[in-house]
Design a protein around this ligand. Structure first.
Ligand SMILES: [Zn+2]
Ligand SMILES: [Zn+2]
Length: 259
């Protein structure tokens, strides 16, 4: 194992991903309570004291809810870009330490090289992450309204891609969300639908790609079987060559992917 990723939770009510390598671990986002994160870390076989920091993608509460308490309790540095930090500082309260990164510029935490890249989403300066450790490379992009050229290129050539597959277009259209919220979700600054996500995945398949995790599925406007069917329909060749597709869930830890 060079690198290992475990979703602790993913969906509209809270997101957090544990990334481990030999002797090092970080969290990407911490959008559950500190207590919940600790429970789920334990389920994943990780000790919060072993974390080297929390990396924040953007300021929405489903990504930062537990950041303040976790940082204080376990003396964890918080990594964010300046605009995100400015947007979230008040709500997090005092944190152990802040490390400001620059979008587009690679930084390191405990052996992980982290490349934050811009994604289109309705907040201050949202990013996805390309993370490498040795020869292992993964990408995480969970809140984006559009698959830009930049996103496509940064998610290409990886062994593992964690990508949002937020909603089924029909379920969103016919579902209970108010009109304004439906518009927000499907806008260029909202969230990727199942077909949009599947088309992006089709473009980022390479010989290196081993596994895909569909993430940030809406509990109201999506179902895992629909998201999986849609992705599978675009990834025939990848699957024939023993590639694997998984879903990350709101209320379950895993799957753990080793690369
Ligand atoms: Zn968001
Ligand atoms: Zn989100």
């Amino acid at each position: 194992m060079e690198m290992q990723l475990t979703p602790l939770a993913s969906g509209s009510s809270g997101n957090s991903f544990l990334v481990r390598s030999n002797g090092s671990a970080i969290l990407v986002d911490a959008g559950l309570s500190c207590k919940q994160i600790c429970t789920r870390l334990e389920q994943a076989g990780a000790d919060p004291g072993s974390l080297k920091g929390i990396v924040v993608s953007h300021e929405h509460s489903d990504h930062v809810k537990g950041v303040g308490v976790l940082s204080r309790k376990f003396k964890l540095p918080v990594y964010a870009n300046l605009k995100t930090w400015n947007a979230v500082e008040q709500t997090l309260g005092e944190v152990h330490r802040v490390e400001i990164f620059e979008t587009g510029k690679i930084f390191e935490i405990g052996g992980f090289r982290i490349h934050p890249f811009s994604v289109p989403h309705d907040c201050a300066d949202p990013v996805g992450f390309r993370i490498s450790c040795g020869t292992a490379k993964i990408g995480i992009a969970t809140d984006l309204g559009t698959a830009t050229g930049l996103v496509t290129s940064l998610l290409t050539g990886l062994q593992l891609v964690v990508l949002e597959s937020n909603h089924d277009p029909k379920m969103l259209r016919d579902g209970p969300y108010p009109w304004e919220l439906k518009q927000r979700v499907r806008s260029r600054l909202g969230h990727l639908s199942n077909p949009e996500s599947a088309q992006l995945l089709q473009r980022v398949v390479s010989d290196e790609l081993q596994a895909v995790i569909l993430a940030h599925m809406s509990e109201t406007n999506n179902r895992a079987d629909l998201a999986l069917d849609c992705a599978r329909s675009c990834l025939g060749e990848f699957l024939e060559h023993r590639g694997k597709i998984f879903c990350a869930y709101q209320n379950a830890v895993g799957p753990t992917i080793d690369i």
